[in-house]
Design a protein around this ligand. Structure first.
Ligand SMILES: *Cc1c(COP(=O)(O)O)cnc(C)c1O
Length: 404
């Protein structure tokens, strides 16, 4: 349990946009974090799918430490070696031909929406500006990206929203005929919706969607901010579906915690961004792209091969949990090391017990889904530990007579 200093931590000078857990974290290594009372937690949140190599991984730390001695920032008025290197690594390892670096996920999606509009204006004319997105999606908190987000709770109070967005139900075969329209310039989607509940696109639906986009010269834009960088067992989740997008956005796992985002685009589409059309002061600076180079190199060379196997192991264990607690667990889903446990009751009870009684950190994804985003460097032993904790928590809640 927590002493007064922790539970009383109030952050009075910080805007109350987050209902924070009552823990103050001061240190991390691998799959573990420590609070300011030196209590150790097994962390299956990875800073919301960001610290994919675990906390403070040596490969990234060493690379950034040596870059810190050389140059921190110079702006995009100059060539930056680590930025060029990271762009090369991203194009070598994806469908993409060209990269634009920015600072966050929202900014990557914002830029992708601008790119799609500009591309469509050139090839289809100014009437084609509409971007189709899906219910339960999450694309960020800027005005355009919260408009793209298919959840009214994210948009509440921010009207008037940005014109030019249309929402369709996710995974609905029947709705696909509404994708193509005179005004449609692009479709933006998460291959697996993260914040919206760990909902994965069905193969048939996504392949059909990709087909419709190709037929109608509509850009297929995948938001891989959460699913990318090895999370699902492939470097990018679209690879699981045998499709090829036109645009992909990245952020979270790209820099191991250093703030970086990226727009990845095919040559054909990237041409719409000529000099002077889009920009950023910090985007892709020497420090964050050095972190990115070290991160992607380590993931591709040493981590990716084990993610699929660990993901299968986690999935089997979650299936067993569902069988054992049918009154509590409704469904388990996801891919690789991105997994959701949909409950009949609130996820918050499970999170709280796991955190306070067992010192295990897991995430919610909406009100009823417990989300697991362990570092990709986790082990079967750590997975066993977290699953044992979930069993204990579910048993306790069952005994207390609550149905979770
Ligand atoms: C986190 C996230 C974003 C927003 O990224 P920020 O860096 O918080 O702006 C956008 N899309 C998806 C799928 C995300 O998971």
């Amino acid at each position: 349990m927590f002493n007064e200093t922790v539970t009383a931590a109030k952050n009075e000078s910080i805007m109350p946009t987050y209902a924070r857990f009552p823990i103050t974290l001061v240190k991390g290594k691998g799959s573990y974090v420590w609070d300011n009372n030196d209590t150790k937690y097994l962390d299956f949140t990875s800073g919301i799918g960001t610290c994919n190599l675990g906390h403070v991984p040596d490969v990234v730390k060493n690379a950034v430490e040596s870059q810190l001695q050389e140059l921190w920032h110079c702006s995009n008025l100059f060539h930056i070696p680590s930025q060029q290197k990271l762009a090369d690594l991203l194009t070598e390892n994806s469908f993409g031909d060209k990269i634009f670096f920015c600072n966050s996920g929202a900014e990557a999606n914002e830029g992708a929406i601008k790119l799609a509009r500009r591309y469509a204006q050139k090839v289809k004319g100014s009437a084609a500006f509409e971007v189709v997105t899906f219910t339960q999606s999450f694309h960020g908190r800027t005005l355009a990206t919260l408009t793209a987000t298919g959840q009214t709770k994210i948009q509440d109070g921010f009207a008037p929203l940005v014109p030019g967005f249309r929402y369709l139900p996710f995974n609905d075969m029947n709705a696909l005929e509404q994708v193509a329209g005179e005004k449609t310039c692009a479709v933006l989607l998460e291959v697996i919706q993260g914040e919206g509940g760990v909902n994965h696109a069905s193969e048939e639906w996504l392949q059909q969607l990709a087909h419709i986009c190709k037929e109608n010269d509509i850009l297929l834009m995948v938001d891989e901010i959460q699913t990318g960088m090895g999370r699902t067992g492939k470097l990018f989740a679209y690879e699981n579906y045998g499709i090829e997008p036109d645009v992909m956005t990245l952020a979270k796992g790209l820099g191991s915690g250093f703030p970086i985002g990226a727009i990845v685009a095919s040559e054909k589409v990237a041409k719409a961004f000529e000099a002077g059309t889009h920009g950023t002061t910090f985007g892709g600076n020497p420090i964050v792209t050095t972190a990115g180079v070290a991160t992607i190199t380590e993931i591709v060379d040493n981590v990716l091969p084990t993610v699929a196997e660990l993901g299968m192991y986690l999935s089997e264990k979650l299936q067993q949990l569902k069988v054992k607690f049918p009154t509590q667990v409704k469904e388990v889903r996801g891919a690789g090391l991105m997994r959701g446990i949909e409950l009949h009751g609130p996820a918050a009870d499970v999170l709280k017990k796991a955190r306070e009684e067992q010192h295990v950190l897991v995430l919610p994804a909406g009100p009823n889904v417990v989300r697991l985003l362990p570092p990709l460097t986790t082990t079967k032993a750590e997975i066993d530990e977290v699953l044992a904790v979930l069993e204990t928590v579910f048993s306790e809640i069952a005994e207390e007579g609550k149905s979770v």
